[in-house]
Design a protein around this ligand. Structure first.
Ligand SMILES: NC(=O)c1ccc[n+]([C@@H]2O[C@H](COP(=O)([O-])OP(=O)(O)OC[C@H]3O[C@@H](n4cnc5c(N)ncnc54)[C@H](OP(=O)(O)O)[C@@H]3O)[C@@H](O)[C@H]2O)c1
Length: 314
């Protein structure tokens, strides 16, 4: 492990780290943890009000951190925020943790182009845009670190979460390419793949399922699954710990998979035949395997409340 604050060198070197989406879930816990460990943290939030909440949470713990307002889906906001970071740090951040992300649940028939485009804008294009804006300073310095937060679902595509899985799969591919392309500049690039951790994200996925136009057995079962998982999984601290490790290690790993669920499911999914993973997904999601199974669901005299009912009451 190396000394991120440069305490052993006689010349204190404080390393500046930008954490995107730092006003909630994994981002908040990561920002606070890094601040506690001596990093100069610049947390981003989509509004000043949200940024102030983060600063107040840090102050309550006796920690200091700075913030900038950033919407990763807005190219102008990205350029403005990264220019401000360059000013605040006197030459650009040493590291960026691309944590900001959104879910999008719903069958591929139910998710509109507009919803898919927004998801890809935040989870893929926005992340790579921030990488592109952060890279010149890292290259000038000959050192830097980029940590992109993907998901175990990027390697385990899950029905009714297809677009989310696709966005994280794309992010993984781009991150692995960026690592090779930027190694000569002294920039280390890591991918973090969390399993399920209790944050607002799963609640949002449940809300998506309630609001979607389709419905049926798969929606109801998946909603129940997500709600149950959210109630049982740990908070996001393990992810923050791993992100800190990726920034503190002299030679960080290319990929960190976090959480028992992801560490079991990802390798199992990789080695299993498709018929088996399809069977597991049908069983877990409640999506009928056959036409007659679907018709039986429609004839169900006491069907589960359908997703469209959720939308009416939302
Ligand atoms: N929790 C899990 O189980 C899990 C599992 C695997 C991967 N992940 C990944 O971990 C990351 C953090 O998720 P989380 O669980 O901590 O979710 P979260 O609590 O919903 O936090 C997401 C953060 O991203 C921000 N964000 C959303 N859209 C943004 C945009 N356009 N520009 C800038 N910031 C934006 C949110 O800001 P607002 O508050 O303004 O919306 C929020 O601060 C995501 O990339 C997610 O895909 C989470």
């Amino acid at each position: 492990m190396f000394d991120p604050a440069g305490k052993g060198s006689g010349r204190p070197v404080v390393r500046s780290v930008v954490v995107t989406g730092a006003n909630g879930g994994i981002g908040t816990v990561t920002a606070l943890r890094l601040a506690r460990r001596g990093f100069d943290v610049i947390g981003t939030a989509r509004s000043q009000v949200k940024a102030d909440v983060l600063v107040a949470a840090a102050a309550e713990l006796g920690l200091g951190l700075r913030t900038v307002v950033l919407d990763v889906a807005d190219p102008v906001s990205c350029e403005r925020a990264m220019a401000l970071v360059e000013e605040m740090t006197g030459g650009g951040a040493w590291a960026v943790v691309n944590n900001a992300g959104v879910p999008q649940a719903g069958s591929l028939e139910d998710v509109s182009d507009e919803q898919a485009r927004h998801l890809l804008e935040v989870n893929v294009l926005g992340v790579m845009r921030i990488c592109r804006l952060a890279m010149p300073a890292m290259r000038r310095r000959g050192a830097g670190r980029i940590v992109n937060v993907s998901s175990g679902l990027g390697r385990v595509p899950w029905p009714l979460g297809g677009w989310y899985s696709a966005s994280k799969h794309a992010l993984s591919a781009l991150t692995h390419c960026l690592r090779v392309e930027s190694a000569h500049a002294g920039v280390r690039v890591c991918l973090v793949e969390p399993g399920a951790f209790a944050t607002a994200m799963l609640d949002r996925a449940v809300a998506d399922l309630s609001a979607a136009g389709g419905g049926g057995a798969g929606y109801e079962r998946t909603r129940t699954l997500f709600t149950t998982v959210n109630g049982r999984v740990p908070g996001p601290e393990p992810v923050a710990r791993v992100i800190e490790r990726s920034l503190s290690a002299r030679r960080p790993r290319a990929r960190y998979t976090v959480g028992l669920d992801a560490r079991l499911l990802v390798p199992l999914h990789t080695v299993s035949p498709l018929w088996l993973t399809d069977w597991v997904k049908h069983t877990a999601s409640g999506l009928p395997r056959t036409r007659s199974g679907h018709e039986a669901h429609l004839r169900d005299p006491e069907p589960q409340p359908r997703a469209s009912a959720g939308r009416e009451t939302a």
